[in-house]
Write a protein that binds this ligand. Structure first.
Ligand SMILES: NC(=O)c1ccc[n+]([C@@H]2O[C@H](COP(=O)([O-])OP(=O)(O)OC[C@H]3O[C@@H](n4cnc5c(N)ncnc54)[C@H](OP(=O)(O)O)[C@@H]3O)[C@@H](O)[C@H]2O)c1
Length: 275
Protein backbone atom coordinates (compact mmCIF):
# COMPACT_ATOMS: atom_id res chain seq x y z
CA UNK A 1 0.00 0.00 0.00
CA UNK A 2 1.32 3.46 -0.77
CA UNK A 3 0.98 7.06 0.27
CA UNK A 4 2.97 9.76 -1.50
CA UNK A 5 6.02 9.13 0.63
CA UNK A 6 5.72 5.62 2.08
CA UNK A 7 5.39 2.13 0.63
CA UNK A 8 4.11 -0.49 3.08
CA UNK A 9 3.81 -4.26 2.66
CA UNK A 10 0.21 -5.50 2.40
CA UNK A 11 0.52 -7.25 5.76
CA UNK A 12 2.47 -6.49 8.93
CA UNK A 13 3.11 -8.10 12.30
CA UNK A 14 1.36 -7.06 15.54
CA UNK A 15 3.20 -7.44 18.83
CA UNK A 16 0.77 -6.47 21.59
CA UNK A 17 1.39 -8.86 24.52
CA UNK A 18 4.64 -10.20 23.03
CA UNK A 19 7.25 -9.53 25.71
CA UNK A 20 10.46 -10.97 27.14
CA UNK A 21 12.47 -13.81 25.58
CA UNK A 22 9.41 -15.46 24.03
CA UNK A 23 8.40 -12.17 22.45
CA UNK A 24 11.90 -11.53 21.17
CA UNK A 25 11.99 -14.99 19.55
CA UNK A 26 8.53 -14.43 18.02
CA UNK A 27 9.68 -11.16 16.43
CA UNK A 28 12.83 -12.77 15.02
CA UNK A 29 10.78 -15.66 13.65
CA UNK A 30 8.27 -13.25 12.08
CA UNK A 31 11.11 -11.53 10.23
CA UNK A 32 12.56 -14.90 9.16
CA UNK A 33 9.09 -15.84 7.91
CA UNK A 34 8.98 -12.71 5.76
CA UNK A 35 7.33 -9.89 7.74
CA UNK A 36 8.97 -6.50 7.27
CA UNK A 37 6.43 -4.16 8.93
CA UNK A 38 6.58 -4.64 12.72
CA UNK A 39 4.11 -2.84 15.00
CA UNK A 40 4.92 -1.88 18.58
CA UNK A 41 4.03 0.94 20.99
CA UNK A 42 5.53 2.69 23.99
CA UNK A 43 2.52 1.50 25.99
CA UNK A 44 3.01 -2.18 25.06
CA UNK A 45 6.18 -2.04 27.16
CA UNK A 46 7.88 -4.19 24.57
CA UNK A 47 9.95 -1.78 22.49
CA UNK A 48 13.04 -3.42 24.06
CA UNK A 49 11.72 -6.89 23.25
CA UNK A 50 10.85 -5.97 19.67
CA UNK A 51 14.13 -4.14 19.16
CA UNK A 52 16.06 -7.19 20.45
CA UNK A 53 14.14 -9.47 18.07
CA UNK A 54 14.91 -7.16 15.14
CA UNK A 55 18.59 -6.93 16.14
CA UNK A 56 18.78 -10.75 16.24
CA UNK A 57 17.41 -10.93 12.70
CA UNK A 58 19.87 -8.26 11.56
CA UNK A 59 22.78 -10.10 13.20
CA UNK A 60 21.74 -13.34 11.49
CA UNK A 61 21.78 -11.57 8.14
CA UNK A 62 18.08 -12.30 7.54
CA UNK A 63 17.41 -8.69 6.52
CA UNK A 64 19.10 -5.33 6.22
CA UNK A 65 17.98 -2.57 8.56
CA UNK A 66 16.55 -0.53 5.69
CA UNK A 67 14.14 -3.37 4.79
CA UNK A 68 12.40 -3.17 8.19
CA UNK A 69 9.63 -0.72 8.98
CA UNK A 70 9.58 -0.59 12.76
CA UNK A 71 6.55 1.24 14.21
CA UNK A 72 6.00 2.70 17.65
CA UNK A 73 3.38 4.98 19.18
CA UNK A 74 3.11 8.00 21.44
CA UNK A 75 0.93 7.45 24.54
CA UNK A 76 -1.90 9.83 25.38
CA UNK A 77 -0.24 10.98 28.60
CA UNK A 78 2.74 12.38 26.68
CA UNK A 79 1.07 14.66 24.14
CA UNK A 80 2.64 17.90 25.45
CA UNK A 81 5.54 18.90 23.17
CA UNK A 82 8.40 18.31 25.59
CA UNK A 83 6.97 15.04 26.91
CA UNK A 84 6.37 13.87 23.35
CA UNK A 85 9.93 14.58 22.21
CA UNK A 86 11.41 12.90 25.30
CA UNK A 87 9.15 9.88 24.70
CA UNK A 88 10.26 9.56 21.09
CA UNK A 89 13.88 9.69 22.24
CA UNK A 90 13.12 7.04 24.84
CA UNK A 91 11.50 4.86 22.14
CA UNK A 92 14.62 5.19 19.97
CA UNK A 93 16.87 4.18 22.88
CA UNK A 94 14.59 1.31 24.00
CA UNK A 95 14.47 -0.32 20.57
CA UNK A 96 18.16 0.26 19.87
CA UNK A 97 17.88 0.10 16.09
CA UNK A 98 18.27 3.77 15.22
CA UNK A 99 15.49 6.10 14.10
CA UNK A 100 11.95 4.72 14.36
CA UNK A 101 10.66 4.15 10.83
CA UNK A 102 7.05 5.04 11.58
CA UNK A 103 5.87 6.85 14.72
CA UNK A 104 2.14 7.18 15.40
CA UNK A 105 0.02 9.15 17.87
CA UNK A 106 -1.70 6.26 19.70
CA UNK A 107 -5.09 7.92 20.38
CA UNK A 108 -6.37 11.45 19.64
CA UNK A 109 -7.84 11.88 23.15
CA UNK A 110 -9.93 14.85 21.94
CA UNK A 111 -11.10 15.75 25.45
CA UNK A 112 -7.50 16.47 26.36
CA UNK A 113 -7.17 18.89 23.44
CA UNK A 114 -3.48 18.19 22.79
CA UNK A 115 -3.33 16.09 19.65
CA UNK A 116 -2.33 19.04 17.42
CA UNK A 117 0.52 19.83 19.82
CA UNK A 118 1.54 16.15 19.72
CA UNK A 119 1.42 16.18 15.90
CA UNK A 120 3.65 19.26 15.77
CA UNK A 121 6.07 17.47 18.11
CA UNK A 122 6.17 14.44 15.78
CA UNK A 123 6.87 16.77 12.83
CA UNK A 124 9.74 18.20 14.89
CA UNK A 125 10.98 14.70 15.80
CA UNK A 126 11.02 13.79 12.12
CA UNK A 127 12.84 17.00 11.23
CA UNK A 128 15.43 16.14 13.89
CA UNK A 129 15.92 12.67 12.39
CA UNK A 130 14.53 10.71 15.37
CA UNK A 131 11.79 9.14 13.22
CA UNK A 132 11.42 8.68 9.47
CA UNK A 133 7.66 8.86 8.92
CA UNK A 134 4.80 10.00 11.12
CA UNK A 135 1.18 9.01 11.40
CA UNK A 136 -1.70 8.43 13.78
CA UNK A 137 -4.00 5.78 15.15
CA UNK A 138 -7.71 5.99 15.85
CA UNK A 139 -8.17 9.40 14.23
CA UNK A 140 -11.60 10.24 12.86
CA UNK A 141 -11.91 12.45 9.76
CA UNK A 142 -12.70 15.43 12.01
CA UNK A 143 -9.37 14.97 13.83
CA UNK A 144 -7.49 14.56 10.55
CA UNK A 145 -9.07 17.71 9.15
CA UNK A 146 -7.93 19.58 12.24
CA UNK A 147 -4.35 18.38 11.74
CA UNK A 148 -4.38 19.53 8.14
CA UNK A 149 -5.91 22.88 8.99
CA UNK A 150 -3.50 23.58 11.87
CA UNK A 151 -0.26 22.22 10.38
CA UNK A 152 -0.83 21.74 6.65
CA UNK A 153 0.25 18.12 6.98
CA UNK A 154 -1.73 14.89 7.06
CA UNK A 155 -0.39 11.60 8.46
CA UNK A 156 0.92 8.91 6.09
CA UNK A 157 -0.82 6.18 8.11
CA UNK A 158 -4.01 5.97 10.18
CA UNK A 159 -4.14 2.71 12.17
CA UNK A 160 -7.75 2.00 13.17
CA UNK A 161 -9.86 -0.80 14.59
CA UNK A 162 -10.98 -2.69 11.51
CA UNK A 163 -12.26 -6.26 11.17
CA UNK A 164 -15.32 -7.92 9.60
CA UNK A 165 -17.59 -6.95 12.51
CA UNK A 166 -16.46 -3.31 12.19
CA UNK A 167 -15.42 -2.84 8.54
CA UNK A 168 -14.97 0.96 8.69
CA UNK A 169 -15.99 1.44 5.07
CA UNK A 170 -16.37 5.22 5.33
CA UNK A 171 -13.16 5.79 7.33
CA UNK A 172 -11.21 3.60 4.92
CA UNK A 173 -12.52 5.57 1.94
CA UNK A 174 -11.77 8.90 3.64
CA UNK A 175 -8.18 7.85 4.35
CA UNK A 176 -7.67 6.54 0.81
CA UNK A 177 -9.12 9.71 -0.73
CA UNK A 178 -6.61 11.76 1.28
CA UNK A 179 -3.56 9.61 0.45
CA UNK A 180 -3.45 8.05 3.93
CA UNK A 181 -2.66 4.34 4.29
CA UNK A 182 -5.12 2.51 6.55
CA UNK A 183 -3.73 -0.13 8.89
CA UNK A 184 -6.22 -2.50 10.54
CA UNK A 185 -5.71 -3.22 14.22
CA UNK A 186 -7.19 -6.38 15.75
CA UNK A 187 -7.68 -7.51 12.12
CA UNK A 188 -8.82 -10.98 13.25
CA UNK A 189 -10.95 -9.47 16.02
CA UNK A 190 -8.63 -11.48 18.25
CA UNK A 191 -9.96 -14.69 16.73
CA UNK A 192 -13.60 -13.98 17.54
CA UNK A 193 -14.82 -13.77 13.93
CA UNK A 194 -13.15 -16.90 12.58
CA UNK A 195 -16.30 -19.04 12.73
CA UNK A 196 -18.67 -16.63 10.99
CA UNK A 197 -20.57 -18.36 8.15
CA UNK A 198 -19.24 -16.34 5.16
CA UNK A 199 -15.68 -16.72 6.46
CA UNK A 200 -16.10 -20.48 6.83
CA UNK A 201 -17.72 -20.74 3.39
CA UNK A 202 -14.84 -18.90 1.69
CA UNK A 203 -12.29 -20.98 3.62
CA UNK A 204 -13.96 -24.18 2.38
CA UNK A 205 -14.25 -22.89 -1.20
CA UNK A 206 -10.55 -22.00 -1.42
CA UNK A 207 -9.24 -24.78 0.87
CA UNK A 208 -7.59 -22.24 3.17
CA UNK A 209 -7.99 -21.30 6.85
CA UNK A 210 -10.50 -18.76 8.23
CA UNK A 211 -7.63 -16.51 9.31
CA UNK A 212 -6.31 -16.44 5.76
CA UNK A 213 -9.75 -15.52 4.44
CA UNK A 214 -10.04 -12.55 6.81
CA UNK A 215 -6.55 -11.30 6.03
CA UNK A 216 -7.21 -11.56 2.28
CA UNK A 217 -10.42 -9.58 2.91
CA UNK A 218 -8.39 -6.74 4.47
CA UNK A 219 -5.97 -6.71 1.54
CA UNK A 220 -8.77 -6.73 -1.02
CA UNK A 221 -10.23 -3.59 0.59
CA UNK A 222 -6.90 -1.76 0.54
CA UNK A 223 -6.08 -2.00 4.27
CA UNK A 224 -2.82 -3.25 5.79
CA UNK A 225 -3.64 -5.87 8.44
CA UNK A 226 -1.16 -6.32 11.30
CA UNK A 227 -2.13 -9.68 12.88
CA UNK A 228 -0.31 -10.79 16.00
CA UNK A 229 0.69 -14.47 16.12
CA UNK A 230 2.97 -16.14 18.63
CA UNK A 231 3.98 -19.26 16.71
CA UNK A 232 5.91 -19.43 13.48
CA UNK A 233 3.26 -21.77 12.07
CA UNK A 234 0.56 -19.10 12.50
CA UNK A 235 2.88 -16.34 11.29
CA UNK A 236 3.42 -18.37 8.12
CA UNK A 237 -0.29 -19.15 7.78
CA UNK A 238 -1.14 -15.46 8.02
CA UNK A 239 1.55 -14.39 5.56
CA UNK A 240 0.32 -16.97 3.04
CA UNK A 241 -2.97 -15.07 2.86
CA UNK A 242 -1.11 -12.96 0.30
CA UNK A 243 -1.65 -15.80 -2.18
CA UNK A 244 -5.43 -15.80 -1.70
CA UNK A 245 -7.79 -13.71 -3.82
CA UNK A 246 -11.44 -13.69 -2.74
CA UNK A 247 -14.32 -13.16 -5.12
CA UNK A 248 -16.32 -9.92 -5.02
CA UNK A 249 -19.27 -11.86 -3.59
CA UNK A 250 -17.14 -13.32 -0.79
CA UNK A 251 -15.74 -9.89 0.06
CA UNK A 252 -19.25 -8.41 0.16
CA UNK A 253 -20.59 -11.24 2.34
CA UNK A 254 -17.78 -10.78 4.87
CA UNK A 255 -18.22 -6.99 4.87
CA UNK A 256 -21.93 -7.56 5.57
CA UNK A 257 -20.96 -9.02 8.98
CA UNK A 258 -20.35 -5.43 10.04
CA UNK A 259 -22.51 -3.86 12.74
CA UNK A 260 -22.62 -0.24 13.95
CA UNK A 261 -21.84 -1.54 17.45
CA UNK A 262 -19.22 -3.99 16.18
CA UNK A 263 -16.24 -2.41 17.93
CA UNK A 264 -14.49 -4.82 20.28
CA UNK A 265 -14.84 -2.62 23.36
CA UNK A 266 -16.90 0.39 22.39
CA UNK A 267 -13.72 2.46 21.98
CA UNK A 268 -15.16 5.30 19.89
CA UNK A 269 -12.29 7.79 19.39
CA UNK A 270 -14.79 10.68 19.50
CA UNK A 271 -15.11 10.08 23.24
CA UNK A 272 -12.81 7.25 24.35
CA UNK A 273 -9.41 8.29 25.68
CA UNK A 274 -6.35 6.22 26.45
CA UNK A 275 -3.31 7.40 28.30
N1 LIG B 1 -3.39 1.32 17.64
C1 LIG B 1 -4.16 0.71 18.50
O1 LIG B 1 -4.91 1.35 19.24
C2 LIG B 1 -4.11 -0.79 18.58
C3 LIG B 1 -5.05 -1.48 19.36
C4 LIG B 1 -4.99 -2.86 19.39
C5 LIG B 1 -4.00 -3.54 18.69
N2 LIG B 1 -3.07 -2.85 17.95
C6 LIG B 1 -2.02 -3.56 17.17
O2 LIG B 1 -2.66 -4.48 16.30
C7 LIG B 1 -2.08 -5.76 16.47
C8 LIG B 1 -3.06 -6.86 16.13
O3 LIG B 1 -4.22 -6.79 16.95
P1 LIG B 1 -4.51 -7.80 18.18
O4 LIG B 1 -3.24 -8.41 18.65
O5 LIG B 1 -5.34 -7.03 19.13
O6 LIG B 1 -5.47 -8.89 17.54
P2 LIG B 1 -5.49 -9.85 16.25
O7 LIG B 1 -4.23 -9.72 15.49
O8 LIG B 1 -6.79 -9.63 15.58
O9 LIG B 1 -5.59 -11.28 16.92
C9 LIG B 1 -4.51 -11.85 17.64
C10 LIG B 1 -5.02 -13.15 18.23
O10 LIG B 1 -5.40 -14.05 17.19
C11 LIG B 1 -4.64 -15.23 17.25
N3 LIG B 1 -4.31 -15.62 15.87
C12 LIG B 1 -3.37 -15.09 15.07
N4 LIG B 1 -3.39 -15.67 13.86
C13 LIG B 1 -4.38 -16.58 13.88
C14 LIG B 1 -4.89 -17.49 12.93
N5 LIG B 1 -4.39 -17.59 11.70
N6 LIG B 1 -5.93 -18.30 13.29
C15 LIG B 1 -6.44 -18.21 14.55
N7 LIG B 1 -6.01 -17.37 15.49
C16 LIG B 1 -4.98 -16.54 15.16
C17 LIG B 1 -3.42 -14.92 18.10
O11 LIG B 1 -3.02 -16.04 18.82
P3 LIG B 1 -1.50 -16.44 19.14
O12 LIG B 1 -0.74 -15.19 19.44
O13 LIG B 1 -1.61 -17.38 20.25
O14 LIG B 1 -0.99 -17.07 17.88
C18 LIG B 1 -3.95 -13.85 19.04
O15 LIG B 1 -4.62 -14.45 20.16
C19 LIG B 1 -1.63 -5.75 17.94
O16 LIG B 1 -0.76 -6.82 18.26
C20 LIG B 1 -1.04 -4.38 18.02
O17 LIG B 1 0.27 -4.38 17.44
C21 LIG B 1 -3.13 -1.49 17.88
Amino acid sequence: MTSDELLLPSIGFGTYKLRGEAGRAAVTSAIETGYRLIDSAYNYENEGTVGAGIRDALAAGTVDRDEIIYTSKLPGRYQHREDALATVEESVWRSGIGPVDLYLIHWPNPGQGLYVEAWKALIEARDRGLVRHIGVCNFLPEHLETLERETGELPVVNQIELHPEFPQTDALAWNTDHGIITESWSPLNRGEVLEAAPVAAAAAAHDVTPGQVILAWHRSRGAVAIPKASSQARQQENLESLQLDLTDAEIAAITALGRPDGRRKDQDPAVYEEF
